[in-house]
Design a binder for this molecule. Structure first.
Ligand code: SF4
Length: 351
C-alpha cells in the first residue's frame, strides 16, 4: 500500500480511504481513520456523505447479496431484517453501479431486502444489468412473491431472459389465514400462490421456502401435500430453521419450537415431496436434531455465520457434514441443544 502525497493521478477514482491520515489536497474525497485490513482487491464499498464506509461486495465471498430496499409489504413475525420506510429513489442507480463494478467471474449473487419487487421496474433494470454485466453469475432473488400476482410483472421478469435466475418465495401454510397471520398481511396467501403460478406460467424458476416455527410446524405434512398438488413446478423446496434475530428474537417466546417436536412431521413432509420427485433440502438444522432418514437432505449453508457450532459438538463424528447453527442462535440455550453423534450412539440407535 503506497503513501499518498497528494500528487498521484487519481482520475478514475471516486474517493480514497485510508487507515491513517492523508494529504489535504487530493482531487477526490479522502476518508481516513477507517480500518481497511479486511478489504481485498475488487471488494466494493459504499461511502456516504458523512464518511461512513460500508462494504457491499466482498469479492472472495460466495454469498454476496444486493440489498434492494428496507421496505416491505409484509411484516413477518420472524423477519430477520425488520422493514422500515426508506426513500429508495437512488437505489436502482446505486445497485446497477455496483453490478457494473463486480467481478464477472462471480458465481452467485443474491438480491434481498425488504421486498425487492417494491422497486417495481427498477428491479427488472437491476436484473437486466446483471444479465449484461455478469452473464455467468447465478442470480437468486428473495421475495414474498405478492407482486407477481400481477401477471404483467411476472411476464416482464420473464422477458428479461436472465439465463440463471431463481426466485425464492416463502409459503408458510396450506391454510390461507395461517399464512396471512405469519406474514401479518391479509390476502397475502392468495397473492403469493397466484404469484408463484404466474412465474411458473412464464417459465421463471421458483424455489419455495418454509421457515419452521411454532405456527408453521404443526402442518408440515399438509403443506407438503399442498405444494405437491399446486406448486409441483417448484425447482426446489427448502425447509429452514428459525434465525433468531430481528423480529424472531423479539417474538421468540411465541415462535420457538424444539426440532424434536416436529421431526416426525418434517420427515413426513420431506419424504412426501422427495418421493414425488421434487428437489428438497433442509437448512439450518443440526444433524442430531433430525431423524437419520433426513440427513441426506440436510445442506450446509455457504455463509460462515450460518454454520456455527457450540463447544459441545467437539466429539461429534458427523460435524463435517452438519448444518450447524446461525451464529446468533448460539446465544439462546434452547436453540442449541446438541447430542453429539458417535459410532457408538449410532449403533445403539440402530439396535
Ligand atoms: S452434535 Fe453438533 S456437530 Fe454433531 S450433529 Fe449435533 S449440532 Fe451437528
Amino acid at each position: 500500500m503506497a503513501a499518498l502525497v497528494g500528487t498521484e493521478d487519481l482520475s478514475g477514482y471516486l474517493a480514497v480511504i485510508s487507515e491513517e491520515g492523508g494529504p489535504r489536497s487530493l482531487s477526490v474525497p479522502l476518508v481516513h481513520g477507517v480500518s481497511i485490513a479486511h478489504l481485498d482487491d475488487r471488494d466494493i464499498v459504499h461511502i456516504n456523505r458523512r464518511g461512513y464506509v460500508r462494504t457491499v461486495i466482498r469479492n472472495q465471498s460466495v454469498s454476496n447479496s444486493l440489498f434492494a430496499t428496507d421496505r416491505c409489504n409484509s411484516l413477518c413475525l420472524m423477519c430477520s431484517q425488520p422493514p422500515r420506510e426508506t426513500d429508495d429513489r437512488a437505489k436502482v442507480a446505486e445497485l446497477t453501479r455496483i453490478v457494473g463494478l463486480m467481478d464477472p467471474a462471480t458465481k452467485e449473487l443474491g438480491i434481498t431486502g425488504g421486498e425487492p419487487t417494491l422497486l417495481g421496474e427498477g428491479l427488472l433494470e437491476i436484473i437486466a444489468t446483471c444479465k449484461a454485466r455478469l452473464p455467468n453469475t447465478a442470480l437468486h432473488i428473495l421475495s414474498n412473491g405478492r407482486r407477481f400476482w400481477y401477471s404483467s410483472y411476472a411476464r416482464k421478469l420473464a422477458a428479461v431472459e436472465h439465463p440463471d435466475l431463481m426466485v425464492g418465495i416463502p409459503v408458510y401454510s396450506d391454510i390461507d389465514s395461517l399464512h396471512d397471520y405469519v406474514v401479518q398481511a391479509k390476502g397475502a396467501f392468495d397473492e403469493t400462490i397466484i404469484g408463484l403460478q404466474n412465474l411458473a406460467r412464464f417459465d421463471v424458476p421458483v424455489e419455495i421456502r418454509v421457515v419452521i416455527q411454532r405456527h408453521t410446524a404443526p402442518r408440515l405434512p399438509e403443506l407438503a401435500e399442498f405444494i405437491y398438488r399446486n406448486l409441483t413446478f417448484a425447482s426446489h423446496v427448502a425447509f429452514m430453521g428459525l434465525e433468531i434475530t430481528g423480529f424472531a428474537k423479539a417474538n421468540l417466546d411465541q415462535l420457538w419450537i424444539p426440532p424434536e417436536d416436529y421431526r416426525v412431521g418434517l420427515e413426513a413432509a420431506v419424504t412426501r415431496l422427495a418421493t414425488a420427485g421434487l428437489n428438497v433440502s433442509i437448512y439450518n438444522h443440526p444433524l442430531c436434531s433430525l431423524p437419520e432418514s433426513l440427513w441426506s437432505f440436510s445442506r450446509q449453508s455457504i455463509s460462515d455465520w450460518k454454520n456455527e457450532f457450540p463447544p459441545e459438538c467437539e466429539p461429534c463424528e458427523v460435524r463435517p457434514s452438519c448444518g450447524g447453527f446461525f451464529a446468533w442462535n448460539l446465544n439462546h440455550p434452547q436453540a442449541c441443544k446438541v447430542r453429539p453423534v458417535t459410532t457408538e450412539s449410532l449403533r445403539s440407535t440402530a439396535s
